[in-house]
Write a protein that binds this ligand. Structure first.
Ligand code: COA
Length: 245
């Protein structure tokens, strides 16, 4: 499987129930398996095993390395990267999960952030919007018909969170300081250390009951979307990466 070219972002989508966790349990590191044991619900456990398991399998395929031997480092805010790479260099990735869905994004040599959220009713949506949206976003959001406000809030949220994850700071960055543009595929403003806003590219889309977004820096890239079935079909032809050596 070819790693993303410099002009591409690869996005892999995993639906609930797709790609059994038992297939990928063995590729997890001991520390990851311990984290799974700490998960309270079966659902969270499944989601963790599938997203981290397929993350390893896909990285293994791209790098032609056994997935179970990959090692990761995290930055001060918890963002993981491959141990052999410097931050935002070489093969970069980011993962997100929500309600059994997972999104795995990969690219070369750029800060990269990804977020997926199931669109489901939130308590006190108006209060959340006030706390999280930038003033221009809030004005536009309030002008929408009531029935569009939930989906639009989640759309804005995933764009902001994908940005916060691209910077590596996470939501501690302050989501209301990130303002999503009204029409273009980008941002109107971003917190100072990361400006100019125009340097960042944003792609967001609807996927089943979810909204999803990826954010990266630099020139426009082609987003290639795959489903985990594409991986499983290749796996069936070639055999799992871990058994090929
Ligand atoms: C990262 C963060 C945005 C996750 O939000 P979320 O909606 O719960 O989770 P998502 O499913 O979208 O993403 C989680 C994944 O993002 C990645 N991630 C973790 N921290 C990250 C960061 N700072 N930036 C980018 N990606 C991060 C991990 O792969 C994580 O997967 P895991 O939780 O299964 O290990 C949020 O928890 C956060 O802001 N964390 C930073 C907190 C912090 O600064 N901690 C420092 C000391 S307490």
């Amino acid at each position: 499987m070819k790693a993303p070219a410099c002009s591409e972002i690869h996005v892999w989508l995993l639906k609930p129930g797709e790609g059994a966790s038992s297939r990928v349990w063995n590729v997890l590191a001991q520390e990851e398996q311990r984290r799974v044991e700490g998960c309270r619900s079966t659902r969270t456990r499944e989601a963790f095993v599938r997203s981290h398991g397929y993350l390893r399998c896909l990285l293994g395929r791209y790098l032609d390395k056994p997935p179970e031997r990959l090692e990761f480092l995290v930055n001060d805010h918890g963002k993981p990267r491959l141990k052999e790479t410097a931050e935002n260099q070489g093969l970069v990735f980011n993962l997100s999960h929500s309600g059994g869905f997972a999104l795995l994004a990969f690219a070369l040599d750029t800060p990269l952030g990804a977020d997926i959220e199931v669109v489901k009713p939130r308590r006190n949506l108006a209060g959340l919007a006030e706390a999280c949206l930038a003033p221009a976003e809030l004005d536009r959001w309030r002008s929408l018909p009531l029935e569009q406000r939930l989906t639009e809030f989640i759309r804005l949220w995933v764009c902001k969170e994908a940005f916060a994850k691209a910077t590596g700071r996470g939501i501690a960055l302050g989501v209301s300081a990130i303002s999503v543009g009204s029409h273009c595929n980008g941002f109107e403003s971003v917190p100072n250390p990361y400006s100019p806003a125009a340097a960042w590219k944003l792609r967001d889309w609807a996927f089943e009951s979810c909204r999803a977004a990826v954010v990266y820096r630099g020139a426009e890239r082609r987003i290639k979307i795959f489903t985990i079935r594409d991986y499983l079909e290749e796996d069936a032809l070639n055999g799992p990466a871990s058994s090929r050596r």
